[in-house]
Design a protein around this ligand. Structure first.
Ligand code: OGA
Ligand code: MN
Length: 292
């Protein structure tokens, strides 16, 4: 073992040391890293300085097919602050390097990251790993929380497991944006991200454990009356986000946190986002290559 894996919570989250994601990763290190991901679902790797965009992309490409270009269209927001199609800008900073102000469409949509979710569940090809890299952290930290969807599934009553075993939910990006306080999407915005359907319970591919697959993107249960489905989704979300399943990460500049979207949900926590800069950048891997 060349890596050191130090659990940060009884269920999920571990800090990995003995690896530097700014350098080329050997195959043996990568295998150990993936093993730690399978077990802990969220891994924290700390660095003295943030990864460059190129280092971030190179590391992520070793983890699976990387998402290259989001087809997401937000009205009035065409300029890219970060000139890489592989990087999702999760900052509160505009392309002209200013903090977004209240009423800004992009900020309005980004604030919905404060709802529990898993990345890309609104797409037919789900996300596997996300890697979020901290470039600037506001005072107070603006933590990210993660919840363990394998443990949450295990803890469900037997009859609930049976009741949900064959159900699917429809996931829509716009459903969670509006729920999170964002503006009503335009027709063009909606068309750039249509909804997708996924089973509520799936077998996590590498650990072979069952997991709940939920997110605030989930708008209803396929084939059920809308309100009845929403009630069930709410009940399951409440169950899965109980404090005993949740690990909270306090950010430092240079941290990279990698999470398994098929075994967890996550959410951002509020901070004074029209006052302080928070520069976070994400890459995302997918179940298979997607040509957008
Ligand atoms: C994400 C995300 C939460 C945060 O990058 O996918 O939801 O705390 N981030 O920025
Ligand atoms: Mn996210």
């Amino acid at each position: 073992m060349s890596l050191t894996v130090a659990p940060l919570h009884p269920l999920l989250g571990a800090e990995i040391s003995g690896i530097d994601l700014r350098r080329r990763i050997e195959n043996s290190e990568l295998a150990e890293f993936i093993q730690a991901m399978d077990e802990h679902a969220v891994c924290v790797v700390r660095h003295e300085t943030p990864l460059t965009n190129e280092q971030h992309i190179t590391f992520s490409m070793a983890l699976g097919p990387i998402e290259r270009r989001s087809v997401l269209k937000i009205a009035g927001a065409d300029a890219m602050r970060i000139p890489h199609h592989e990087i999702i800008d999760q900052s509160n900073i505009s392309a002209d390097d200013k903090i977004f102000q209240d009423g800004d469409r992009t900020l309005g949509f980004k604030r919905a990251n404060r709802l529990w979710h898993t990345d890309m569940s609104f797409h037919p090809v789900r996300a596997t790993y996300s890697a979020l890299s901290a470039h600037e952290v506001p005072p107070g930290g603006a933590d990210t929380e993660f919840t363990d969807m394998r443990a949450a599934y295990d803890a469900l009553p037997q009859e609930t497991k049976k009741r949900i075993s064959t159900l699917s939910a429809e996931h829509s990006y716009w459903y969670s944006r509006v729920k999170g306080g964002g503006p009503e999407p335009t027709a063009e915005e909606r068309n750039s991200r249509p909804p997708a359907q996924h089973k509520l319970v799936h077998v996590h591919p590498t650990s072979n454990r069952r997991a709940l697959y939920l997110a605030s993107h989930a708008s209803h249960i396929v084939g059920w009356p809308v309100q009845e489905g929403r009630n069930l989704l709410e009940e399951l979300m409440e169950h899965a986000t109980q404090p005993q399943f949740v690990f909270r990460h306090r950010w430092r500049v240079g941290d990279v946190v990698i999470w398994d979207n098929l075994a967890t949900m996550h959410r951002a926590t509020p901070f004074e986002d029209t006052r302080h800069r928070r520069d976070m950048r994400r890459t995302t891997c997918r179940e298979r290559e997607v040509l957008n």
